[in-house]
Design a protein around this ligand. Structure first.
Ligand SMILES: C[S@@+](CC[C@H](N)C(=O)[O-])C[C@H]1O[C@@H](n2cnc3c(N)ncnc32)[C@H](O)[C@@H]1O
Length: 232
């Protein structure tokens, strides 16, 4: 709604459309942070905050394959979650590089049974915990019931023991780190859907294991593990 209002004002004033879109997105993000009394907007550089890693991964502390904290747009998250063909009340979502928890907050609001965040930045995990507690308090709206699990680890050390059905990735890792993560996703356990923001992932995800289920938007694609039977 805010997007449409801002676009209309800008059109009226003959202002440049892409700045209109950016401003509309920013205002939309501000609106949801204020609405839910959470704080997820400020970007952070990975090298600016403390990171605990095990000694084997220490060499990769500032790996070029790790990406800084930039939150997904709320509008993208909601469209993506609405496009994954699952029943949220029996679904666990894993956000790879969960940052300040915006995606996890949205998933709780959508009724997900469980949300899991993997995040390398220590203080980002603390901030996401505060945000998720705020969502769970549910001031002026119904309480959300989903469970929350936050893991302050490097994704390279993740063992994939959790029973997740949906993986959300907003460009958190690149290169070999991304490839290794994708290779470790277990097959044959149950339906697994991957929601990826950013087109560049296509090359890695269009492998024999995954295939494109839906392009929700030029920047949002939903994939699923290829060994599943066709049900959609
Ligand atoms: C682009 S942000 C996405 C944040 C959030 N998922 C969202 O969509 O709003 C990427 C996040 O991944 C985290 N990250 C980067 N490399 C990581 C790694 N190797 N292990 C775990 N988290 C990582 C960053 O600290 C950052 O919070």
């Amino acid at each position: 709604m805010i997007n449409r209002l801002i676009s209309a004002i800008y059109r009226r004033l003959n202002l440049y459309y892409s700045s209109t879109k950016l401003l509309a997105h920013d205002l939309n993000d501000l609106y949801y942070d204020l609405k839910y009394s959470i704080s997820t907007r400020e970007w952070e550089n990975l090298s600016d905050y403390p990171i605990i890693l095990n000694k084997d991964s220490l060499a990769d502390q500032f790996s070029k394959d790790f990406v800084d904290y930039v939150p997904s747009r709320y509008s993208y998250i909601f469209s993506a979650l609405d496009s994954i063909p699952v029943n949220p009340s029996s679904t666990t979502i894993l956000d790879v590089g969960s940052g300040k928890g915006r995606v996890l907050c949205c998933a709780l609001l959508k009724g997900y049974q469980k949300v899991i965040g993997i995040e390398i930045g220590n203080h980002l995990v603390d901030l996401s915990r505060n945000n998720l507690n705020q969502i769970k308090k549910g001031v002026f709206r119904r309480r959300v019931v989903g469970d929350v699990l936050l893991k302050n680890i490097n994704i390279e050390d993740y063992d994939h023991q959790d029973e997740y059905n949906v993986i959300f990735m907003y460009n958190p890792i690149r290169g070999d780190v991304l490839k290794k993560f994708l290779d470790k996703i277990p097959t044959g356990r149950k339906d697994i859907w991957i929601c990826y923001l950013r087109e560049k992932a296509d090359r890695k995800l269009n492998s024999s294991r995954f295939h494109l289920y839906k392009k929700v938007h030029p920047k949002i694609a939903i994939y699923r593990l290829n060994n599943l039977t066709d049900r959609t």
